[in-house]
Design a binder for this molecule. Structure first.
Ligand SMILES: [Fe+2]
Ligand SMILES: [Fe+2]
Length: 307
């Protein structure tokens, strides 16, 4: 094993990103333009890029009974949440690729991760205009912190499986869903192009990951990480519930349970867990899936358990 595999890394997701340097902005946009990867952006002051049915809210009595202003605010907050998360995922992707370049044991692997890093920098540049500055200042959301920890603690082989095969595969489906329902043409075009790149990133992980070399410690790290991620998914659409709660002001437990049921929380979660199970099912990884299955980790929590 390469000795740099033991490197210590802190992922600085709070690095300033104010775009104050006009000269640097010109370099970034000029470079992407020359590569044929420039994107146009048009402002949408309301920032509700996805409709109510994307979040299942069209089936919610609470949402349908809210005022038009409250509905707009809920959808704006839900859209902001998705875009802020995408921003920090892409930002994390940059650090991940930098780490993998340093850990690469062959020149081709270093080249592959450098090219991948350029994709992540491009995605970040495309997503940034849609995320208000205040939401870019500090990372938020359980998933982003999970990702940060994985990148900091994982070795190359574990990360090829956890981050590329599973999370990039997961991201691929997530971005695809987002692109299908997105209401703004420019953002839809960004999401479609990200999907194309992510498919290759996932494939690269599948080609490079070597399950037969996983050590006892790596085995534990992978199992614990998979379980943590599944727990995050099993609890259902927490973000949507918290935005409705925030805008409509202090929902009772019974109302939250009703909301989760009406937006089909457990059914959608069950589909997501099935997808994850499929993504995890790489030859040589069966034992992890069996162990998680035995702990019923692929089953969603019932609505009352999610609040
Ligand atoms: Fe990306
Ligand atoms: Fe990626």
């Amino acid at each position: 094993m390469n000795t740099t595999n033991k490197m210590t890394l802190i992922v600085n997701l709070s690095a300033s990103h104010t775009e104050e340097s006009a000269a640097l902005k010109k370099i970034l946009t000029g470079k992407l333009k020359r590569l044929g990867r420039g994107k146009s952006y048009s402002e949408n002051a309301q920032r509700g890029y996805w409709p109510a049915d994307y979040f299942g809210l069209n089936q919610s009595e609470l949402f349908n009974g809210a005022s038009p202003e409250q509905q707009d605010e809920i959808l704006r907050q839900c859209s902001d949440h998705l875009l802020r998360e995408a921003y920090f995922i892409e930002k994390s992707g940059l650090t991940f690729c930098a780490k993998m370049v340093l850990l690469a044991e062959t020149t081709e692997v270093a080249q592959a991760y450098s090219l991948m890093g350029a994709d992540e920098a491009t995605h970040l540049q495309w997503i940034t205009p849609y995320v208000p500055l205040i939401l870019r200042e500090r990372p938020g959301g359980e998933f982003v912190f999970f990702l940060k920890q994985l990148i900091e603690q994982g070795d190359a082989n574990c990360l090829m499986y956890l981050l590329q095969v599973i999370l990039e595969g997961w991201g691929l489906h997530h971005y695809k869903d987002l692109s299908v329902s997105c209401q703004q043409a420019e953002l839809r075009s960004v999401l479609i192009d990200i999907v194309r790149d992510e498919a290759l990133h996932q494939h690269t992980g599948a080609v490079l990951f070597q399950p037969q070399t996983v050590s006892h410690i790596q085995n534990e790290f992978i199992q614990d990480s998979l379980a943590s991620f599944l727990e995050m998914i099993r609890v259902g659409p927490q973000a949507v519930v918290s935005h409705v709660d925030l805008v409509l002001g202090g929902l009772s437990k019974a109302r939250k349970i009703q909301l989760i049921e009406q937006i089909s929380g457990p059914e959608i979660t069950a589909r997501k867990l099935k997808l994850l199970q499929r993504l995890m099912a790489v030859p040589g990884c069966e034992k992890w899936i069996e162990a998680l299955d035995a702990r019923k980790m692929f089953e969603p929590y019932l609505a009352y358990q999610c609040v």
